[in-house]
Design a protein around this ligand. Structure first.
Ligand SMILES: Cc1cc2nc3c(=O)[nH]c(=O)nc-3n(C[C@H](O)[C@H](O)[C@H](O)COP(=O)(O)O)c2cc1C
Length: 426
């Protein structure tokens, strides 16, 4: 059996799955139940100074697919609304009772050195394994000069991280906001200040939808609403990209990363680790399915690792980074062509409509002999540009595959494309 045990910044956990800072980690009751279910660690719901903030009703809204599946959720919840002393004593007891699990404390206080020093002193006393600086909350807290108000300015990230590194020996993880243009600037700032790791992503500014009767947003508070933070499976591609960019940028490559954002199953988690994440954090999947989802995550990951011959997480960590590059290095000579498996084709015509109306008219349709409605869709290889759209629209698994069209062709990156005088010299 593959070994899922994980050492992140020297913090040991039996598996790489930590609960992200959010309602599932807001109190000991929840965290104990999560640990009983098998979670490897938890980042406690963000603590701040007393008095704690007041949360509103309602707090969440969802973006759903046409079949009713939740694709993403939006929230306008703030940091913990429980007194600091209650949280600290629960954290202390939790770590005592669960010494083999990772317990990290998320923090957010006003942008003053003394506020950070004071809270760090109190948190150190709990025996927790590390702290995570919440520079990502996109709603409410930025209006008070905290959260994303810090995370959107690299100089502030650097300044506050430095204060924290000077004030504690605990490992410091800097949690980044995705509501910026270039994540490597944020990660660089954290690294310059000596952060032990970055974690990402926090939630993305969003409005999930408008109720056209009330003319307010879903999840409104009475007749008013505000933009909230989006998370869940919809944000995974954005998070993966940011983790990948940090992993390949010369200034940030090598900084440990805790991957967060839309992790709903073991496959998602493996993708983050393949892009270099040292561990992963999960919030929405636990909120939607309960803590028991951890069994699927650990069983699935370990079975897949067994099937690939990976004995430990480090055996595949970062393996997908090698191929991540700039567009200009993609091979202009690499050709693929769509192939339709006629035995699997249900003749729905979605590939035809997509290609005919919006791409390169590379799929032909012919009635089959006889009186019936049956027809045959075929790829016209000369027209096909290998865009993948037919495969994406096809509702039948493995019916359309993309087949290599010119095996063994010479690698031709744009940087030395002879037909383009604007290209760089190699
Ligand atoms: C209701 C809710 C409350 C959250 N509160 C916090 C918080 O207090 N501190 C924090 O750092 N992140 C908070 N988050 C963000 C999550 O920790 C996580 O970064 C984000 O949800 C993306 O992960 P996911 O797609 O697995 O949910 C919250 C998320 C949700 C949904």
């Amino acid at each position: 059996m593959a070994d899922l045990s994980c050492s992140f910044l020297g913090i040991e956990s039996p598996n790489p799955f930590w609960l992200a800072s959010a309602p599932p980690t807001d109190k000991a009751l929840n965290v104990y139940r999560a640990f009983e279910a098998g979670w490897g660690g938890a980042v406690w719901k963000t603590l701040g100074e007393d008095p704690p903030p007041v949360n509103v009703c309602s707090r969440y809204s969802a973006h759903k697919s046409s079949s009713g599946e939740v694709i993403g959720i939006n929230n306008v919840e703030l940091i913990t609304d429980r007194p600091l002393s209650v949280n600290l004593s629960e954290i202390r007891q939790t770590k005592k009772d669960w010494p083999d699990r990772a317990l990290i404390v998320s923090l957010m206080v006003p942008c003053e050195k003394k506020s950070w020093q004071d809270i760090l002193k109190q948190v150190e006393d709990t025996g927790c394994d590390g702290v995570e600086l919440n520079f990502g909350c996109p709603h409410g807290m930025p209006e008070r000069g905290m959260g994303a108000a810090v995370g959107q300015v690299p100089e502030y990230i650097e300044m506050v991280t430095q204060w924290c590194k000077e004030s504690t020996d605990l490992p410091v993880i800097v949690k980044l906001t995705p509501n910026i243009t270039n994540i490597t600037l944020s990660a660089s700032a954290a690294k310059r200040a000596g952060a032990d790791a970055v974690s990402l992503i926090n939630t993305i500014n969003s409005i999930t939808g408008i109720d056209l009767d009330s003319m307010t947003a879903l999840g409104a508070v009475g007749d008013k609403y505000t933009s909230g933070g989006y998370c869940g499976s919809a944000v995974k591609p954005i998070a993966l990209n940011m983790v990948g960019q940090i992993g390949r940028h010369p200034e940030t490559a090598g900084i440990p990363v805790s991957g967060i954002g839309g992790i709903s199953n073991w496959h998602d988690a493996a993708e983050f680790i393949a892009l270099g994440a040292g561990n992963v954090q999960v919030c929405t999947a636990a909120m939607l399915n309960g803590f028991k989802v951890i069994s699927d995550l650990t069983d699935g990951l370990s079975q897949w690792m067994d099937s690939k011959g990976y004995k430990a997480l480090n055996d595949f960590r970062g393996r997908a980074l090698a191929g991540l590059t700039d567009w200009k290095y993609l091979d202009l000579n690499y050709k693929t062509v769509a192939h339709i498996n006629q035995e699997l084709c249900i003749q729905c015509g979605r590939c035809f409509a997509a290609c005919e109306d919006t791409e390169h008219q590379a799929i032909s349709v012919k009635p089959l002999s006889g009186e019936g409605w049956e027809r045959r869709f075929e790829v016209q290889k000369e027209q096909c540009v290998g865009c993948n759209l037919c495969q994406i629209t096809c509702p039948v698994n493995n019916c359309i595959s993309m087949v290599r069209g010119n095996e063994g062709s010479e690698y031709l990156p744009w940087v030395r494309h002879p037909a383009n005088p604007l290209t760089e010299k190699p």
